[in-house]
Write a protein of this length. Structure first.
Lengths: 370, 213
C-alpha cells in the first residue's frame, strides 16, 4: 500500500452523470459516465460534438475558484457559462439561445451534472440567450483539455494573439488548447508514471516535443524538426505528449477529444488506443468521439477482456451510441454499454455490414454476367 | 460442352425432379448444397479417390512438422461464372475452440486448400482420371476464365447479421489477400446473409441443430 499523502488531484471529483433537457438535439437524456474512458459513436449530425463541448464547458467552468477554493456564486457562474457557451459553440452573434431545442412558445434548456463526490452543478438556458438558475457546489476540478479533430500544433504559432483580436473564426476550444499546450513542461526528472505514458508516443514520433520561440519542434535522431514539417498524425500524438509532459493531463483531470483518429494511420491508431487506455488507467477521465472501426473495436476488446490486457491499460470503458430518432420524433436516442456489442445502433458496424453487402452485390453481378 | 463421359460421371449423383431440372445435392458440414441445372459440374472433391489415393500421397514431415496435401470440399463449374472452389465450415457449437480460426486463420486454411486443389487438377489432367473432368477443370484455370473461391461459414455468433457481415467481410479480405497471386474472385458467405451464388440452394441439415455430443 502506498503511504503517499493525498494531494488535491487525488481527491478531485470527476464527472459521474449529466442530465440534459432540451439542449440541441437532447430532449431529456441522462448519461452515466465511466470514470475511465467514454466513447461516443454515431452518424454525423446526431449531436456528438455538441455533447462533448457541453460537458467540456461544465467541467471547465463549474469547479470552485482556483484562487480561493470557494464555490462560484450564481451571477459569476452564469456569466462564465454564458461566455463559455458562446465561445465554444460560436452561435451567430453569440446568441446562445440558439442552442435550446426548437419548439413552440417560450423555451429553455436545463443541464445538470453530478460529480463523483455527489456535488452538482447546472444551469438553465433560455431561448432569449440568458443563463438562469446557475448553481454549483462543485469543489475545485483538475484541468480539462479539449482536443479538436483538427490538429493544433501547426497552427499554434501566434494563434492565441490572433484569436483574442477576433481575427480567427475558430471556436474557443482551439484557443484553450493552444493555451494548454503553451504551459511549460514539468521540470526535473520525469516520474515513472509520466515516462511510461510519454515514451511510447515519443517512440512513435521519433523524438521529444519542445516549444521554442513560439513554435513546436520534435527533436530526435534526425535533428530538430518544426511541427509544420511533420505529418498531421505525428502532430496529433506530439500534442498529446506535450499535454502529458506539461502536467495539463493529471489524475482526475479531463480529456475531451473529437475524432482522435483523424489523419492517423492504422499503426498510430493502435498506439493511440493503448495511450488512451493508459491515461484512463492513470485516473484521467476521457471523453472521445470516434468514427473509427479499429479504435473503437480495440477499446471494446480492452473492456471485454480486462484480465488479458496489460495491467497499466485496465480501466472502465463505456460506449454511447447516439442515433437520430425517427422523423416523427424530435432529437436523438442514446444507448450505452461496456462494449460495442451492447449498443443496439452501431453505425460503424452498420457501415461494415453495408460494405459487405455492396461487395456481395458486385460479386453476384460478376457471377451472373459474361 | 463437356465430353459425355465426363458429364455422366459428374452427374452420377444427380437426381431428376418432376420439373425435369437436374439437381446435384451435396452434404457438407451440416449444410446441403443443391446445385441447379446451370451447373455442369458439381462434386465433392475431397471425397474423390484421386484426392484420397493420389494427391494426398504427397505428405511427410519437414523439420518435424507434418505436411499434407489439402483439398476443398466442393468443386463446381457454372455456365457463366466458371469454376467454383467451395469450402464449408461449421463452427456452431464449437465457438470457443474455433475462436482463433474465425479471426482469420480459417481464411488462410482455405487459401492453402485452394492452392493444393488447383495443383491436383493439373496432376489429374495428366492422368487417366475419369471420376471428374480433370482436363476441363485444368482448362477452366486458364487466363481470362472466371474462377471463384467461396468459404461458406457457419458460426453461432452469426445470428446477428450485422455482426456476421463484419466477420465475413474481414475474412474475405484475408482470403482475397492470400489468393491475390491466383487472380480469382473470393467471397465468404453464410446462411444468415444473402446467398450470392447463382442457381445454388443452401440449407441446414437436421444435424446442424443437434446438440453437440
Amino acid at each position: 500500500m502506498s503511504t503517499k499523502p493525498k494531494t488535491e488531484a487525488d481527491t478531485a471529483p470527476i464527472l459521474k452523470s449529466a442530465n440534459i433537457k432540451k439542449f440541441g438535439l437532447f430532449t431529456d437524456e441522462t448519461l452515466e459516465f465511466a470514470p475511465g474512458l467514454n466513447v461516443f459513436i454515431g452518424r454525423n449530425g446526431c449531436g456528438k460534438s455538441h455533447l462533448l463541448k457541453l460537458l467540456y464547458t461544465l467541467v471547465k467552468e463549474c469547479g470552485a475558484d482556483p484562487s480561493n477554493g470557494s464555490v462560484l456564486e450564481a451571477k459569476k457562474l452564469e456569466h462564465r457559462l454564458a461566455e463559455k457557451l458562446a465561445g465554444v459553440f460560436r452561435p451567430e452573434d453569440d446568441r446562445i439561445g440558439r442552442l435550446v431545442q426548437r419548439g413552440q412558445g417560450g423555451r429553455s434548456a436545463e443541464v445538470t451534472a453530478t460529480f463523483s463526490n455527489g456535488q452538482q452543478c447546472g444551469f438553465e438556458l433560455t431561448s432569449r440567450n440568458k443563463i438562469k438558475e446557475a448553481r454549483s457546489s462543485v469543489a475545485q476540478l483538475q484541468e480539462a483539455a479539449f482536443l479538436p479533430s483538427r490538429e493544433v500544433l501547426a497552427l499554434y504559432e501566434g494563434f492565441v494573439a490572433a484569436y483574442e483580436k477576433r481575427e480567427l473564426s475558430f471556436d474557443e476550444t482551439f484557443r484553450d488548447i493552444c493555451l494548454a499546450l503553451s504551459e511549460k513542461q514539468l521540470r526535473g526528472k520525469r516520474d515513472v508514471a509520466l515516462d511510461f505514458l510519454v515514451k511510447p508516443l515519443e517512440e512513435e514520433i521519433r523524438g521529444k516535443v519542445s516549444l521554442e520561440g513560439g513554435r513546436f519542434y520534435v527533436s530526435g535522431a534526425d535533428g530538430s524538426i518544426e511541427a509544420h514539417l511533420l505529418s498531421e498524425g505525428w502532430r496529433k500524438l506530439a500534442a498529446l505528449a506535450q499535454l502529458i509532459i506539461n502536467g495539463t493531463l493529471t489524475k482526475n483531470g479531463f480529456l475531451f477529444w473529437d475524432e482522435p483518429e483523424a489523419n492517423l494511420n492504422p499503426k498510430m491508431v493502435v498506439q493511440l488506443s493503448d495511450t488512451l487506455l493508459r491515461l484512463a488507467n492513470q485516473g484521467i477521465q476521457i471523453f472521445v468521439i470516434s468514427h473509427d472501426y479499429l479504435l473503437t473495436t480495440r477499446l471494446s476488446l480492452a473492456s471485454e477482456y480486462p484480465a488479458a490486457i496489460p495491467e497499466d491499460m485496465r480501466c472502465l470503458v463505456k460506449f454511447f451510441g447516439l442515433a437520430r430518432r425517427g422523423s416523427d420524433e424530435r432529437g436523438v436516442s442514446i444507448g450505452s454499454g461496456s462494449t460495442l456489442a451492447d449498443l443496439t445502433d452501431n453505425p460503424i458496424l452498420a457501415e461494415y455490414a453495408a460494405l459487405y453487402d455492396y461487395e456481395g452485390s458486385l460479386f453476384e453481378k460478376n457471377q451472373t454476367r459474361d | 460442352m463437356l465430353p459425355s463421359m465426363i458429364t455422366k460421371a459428374v452427374c452420377s449423383r444427380r437426381t431428376k425432379l418432376a420439373t425435369e431440372f437436374m439437381i446435384t445435392s451435396l452434404d457438407v458440414e451440416n449444410q446441403r448444397f443443391e446445385f441447379g441445372e446451370q451447373w455442369s459440374v458439381a462434386f465433392k472433391y475431397d471425397d474423390t479417390a484421386f484426392y484420397r489415393k493420389e494427391a494426398n500421397r504427397l505428405q511427410g514431415d519437414i523439420g518435424g512438422i507434418p505436411h499434407s496435401t489439402k483439398a476443398v470440399d466442393i468443386v463446381g463449374v457454372h455456365d457463366v461464372s466458371g469454376l467454383l472452389l467451395l469450402e464449408a465450415k461449421d463452427f456452431r457449437r464449437n465457438r470457443i475452440a474455433n475462436k482463433p480460426r474465425i479471426k482469420g486463420e480459417v481464411a488462410v486454411e482455405v487459401a492453402f486448400k485452394v492452392r493444393d486443389t488447383i495443383a491436383a487438377f493439373l496432376g489429374a489432367s495428366r492422368k487417366p482420371v475419369d471420376e471428374f473432368p480433370a482436363e476441363h477443370l485444368a482448362g477452366a484455370l486458364q487466363r481470362g476464365a472466371k474462377v471463384t473461391v467461396v468459404l461458406w461459414l457457419e458460426d453461432d455468433s452469426f445470428r446477428d447479421s450485422d455482426h456476421a457481415k463484419q466477420t465475413l467481410s474481414v475474412l474475405n479480405g484475408e482470403l482475397k489477400s492470400k489468393l491475390a497471386w491466383l487472380n480469382v474472385k473470393t467471397f465468404v458467405l453464410s446462411s444468415n446473409v444473402a446467398n450470392r451464388l447463382p442457381n445454388l440452394k443452401v440449407s441446414n441439415l437436421p444435424s446442424a441443430s443437434q446438440p453437440n455430443s
